[in-house]
Design a protein around this ligand. Structure first.
Ligand SMILES: *[C@@H]1O[C@H](CO)[C@@H](O)[C@H](O)[C@H]1NC(C)=O
Ligand SMILES: *[C@@H]1O[C@H](CO)[C@@H](O)[C@H](O)[C@H]1NC(C)=O
Ligand SMILES: *[C@@H]1O[C@H](CO)[C@@H](O)[C@H](O)[C@H]1NC(C)=O
Ligand SMILES: *[C@@H]1O[C@H](CO)[C@@H](O)[C@H](O)[C@H]1NC(C)=O
Ligand SMILES: *[C@@H]1O[C@H](CO)[C@@H](O)[C@H](O)[C@H]1NC(C)=O
Ligand SMILES: *[C@@H]1O[C@H](CO)[C@@H](O)[C@H](O)[C@H]1NC(C)=O
Length: 411
């Protein structure tokens, strides 16, 4: 018994290093299915020495913060890598470039904040499916990803899953360097609009999933962009469509488009009266649009109201003139009185102003040196004052009169 136990112990000791060499710590290796699994082992890095025969590598539920250029080496046989839910925040350049036969890469459920421009590039572009759902941490990650898709040379990519990333916008031309992409999943984001150029360069697209987003309608440029994709399958269901007049062109497009749309789930979310009504086939009156015939009627009523306004104004004007006519004598008297009053006041002003400021008057008074003082004071003196000391009073007066009779010069 004891010998057997020792043998077993020795055997274990001899075997253990071999086991360690064959399968990394914390992983299970299945040579027959050529699969390696490292599931929920709190690994901090991608395990080294993954067996060279592996075709499928499943590393999930760990604590791996980043992928590095040396994370996967000597793994030419690997075709599938599942790296979901590892709290990966950073993908360095050429993280996967040793995986020259990699077809399927699942990075879903991570928190990517930093994606280097060449993080996804692999010589020969073998990658066909990329799952990045629930994996972009913030807007920086989206910008990074756009660059990585451009620089990655992912010309072989057929399927891209970007669902559940809280995306509110898509950079124009984001997918334009994925010429062979066939299926694009953008479900469960916060997209509100498609712009012209959003899907440019995708000539092979077959499926576009835009369900569970925040679209209220699609405007004309968006509809043109969707129509450019041809008769592909477009999933637009479960968006909060607002069935007001703004949705008119979208309904027309749904009525007429050659695209295969999931019309059964394209329904109004509001207004309350139309909640859950299917959009396709909605009539223009139902969504509150003013149709051409009512427009004409509206124009007509507008015209008649203008005519009515004109008539009323004309009538008021005539009444006013009539009242004036009846009061014409009183008016005339009143006008005359006003004119006289004005004239008196104005004359008073002219008189004083001109005497004070007119240089000619000053010359005259200077010329009559003898009675300069009197001439001046004479203006202020009361009329009953004897003026025998000076006769210049008369020229001054005429001068003033003259000026007064030619008011336009001074006014
Ligand atoms: C890949 O698989 C082939 C055939 O099974 C094998 O000959 C080769 O050594 C493997 N590559 C590595 C790096 O182990
Ligand atoms: C990731 O997306 C692929 C399709 O590209 C899908 O087959 C796979 O199931 C997805 N992974 C998860 C964890 O949902
Ligand atoms: C995104 O997250 C990273 C890491 O936390 C941070 O450095 C970066 O500033 C964030 N970007 C935005 C736009 O918030
Ligand atoms: C995309 O990923 C999400 C979440 O991982 C998954 O539920 C969905 O099935 C995937 N879509 C496709 C078409 O594989
Ligand atoms: C949508 O995404 C949110 C988080 O982004 C997630 O909690 C939710 O389960 C997802 N729903 C579906 C149907 O995938
Ligand atoms: C859509 O088609 C239905 C008939 O199928 C029609 O009654 C409706 O007016 C159309 N709506 C628009 C906006 O063209």
């Amino acid at each position: 018994m004891r010998i057997l136990a020792v043998h077993m112990f020795l055997g274990f000791l001899l075997w253990a290093p071999y086991q360690c060499l064959e399968c990394p710590f914390g992983c299970e290796c299945f040579a027959v299915t050529r699969t390696v699994k490292c599931v929920s082992k709190d690994l901090l890095t991608v395990p080294q020495s993954i067996p060279g025969y592996s075709r499928t590598v499943i590393i999930t539920g760990n604590n791996i913060h980043q992928t590095a250029p040396d994370s996967f080496t000597q793994l030419e046989n690997v075709t599938n890598i599942i790296l979901s839910n590892n709290r990966i925040t950073e993908m360095a350049s050429h993280s996967f470039s040793a995986l020259i036969n990699l077809r399927f890469l699942d990075l879903s459920g991570n928190q990517l904040a930093l994606i280097h421009p060449e993080a996804l590039s692999i010589p020969g572009s073998p990658l066909q499916e990329l799952n990045l759902s629930h994996s972009l941490y913030n807007l920086t990650a989206l910008t990074d990803l756009t660059t990585a898709l451009r620089w990655g040379g992912l010309t072989g990519l057929l399927r891209l899953n970007l669902s559940g990333n809280r995306l509110a916008l898509l950079p124009p031309g984001m997918f334009s360097h994925l010429p062979n992409l066939q299926q694009l999943f953008l479900a469960n984001n916060s997209l509100v609009a498609v712009y012209s150029g959003t899907f440019s360069g995708m000539n092979r697209l077959e499926v576009l999933d835009l369900t569970y987003n925040a679209f209220r309608t699609f405007r004309d440029d968006a509809l043109q962009e969707l129509e450019k994709l041809g008769n592909i399958r477009i999933l637009l269901g479960n968006n909060p469509y607002t069935c007001s007049c703004d949705i008119h062109n979208f309904v027309t497009w749904l009525n007429e488009s050659r695209a295969q749309v999931d019309v059964d789930s394209v329904r109004c979310a509001s207004p309350r009266a139309l909640t859950n009504t299917q959009l396709r086939g909605l009539g223009v009156q139902v969504i509150g649009c003013v149709s051409p015939v009512p427009e004409e009627v509206a124009g007509l009523t507008l015209e008649t109201s203008y005519v009515f306004l004109g008539l009323v104004l004309g009538f008021v004007g005539m009444v006013f003139l009539f009242v004036l006519y009846l009061n014409r004598n009183g008016m005339k008297k009143w006008i005359n009185e006003m004119r006289d009053a004005c004239r008196d006041i104005l004359e008073g002003y002219h008189y004083r102003y001109e005497i004070d400021s007119d240089p000619r008057l000053r010359h005259i008074s200077v010329a009559n040196r003898g009675c300069r003082t009197q001439g001046h004071s004479a203006l202020a003196l009361p009329p009953q004052m004897p003026s025998d000391t000076c006769i210049v009073q008369v020229p001054i007066d005429t001068q003033v009169k003259q000026v007064k009779t030619s008011p336009p010069v001074n006014l």
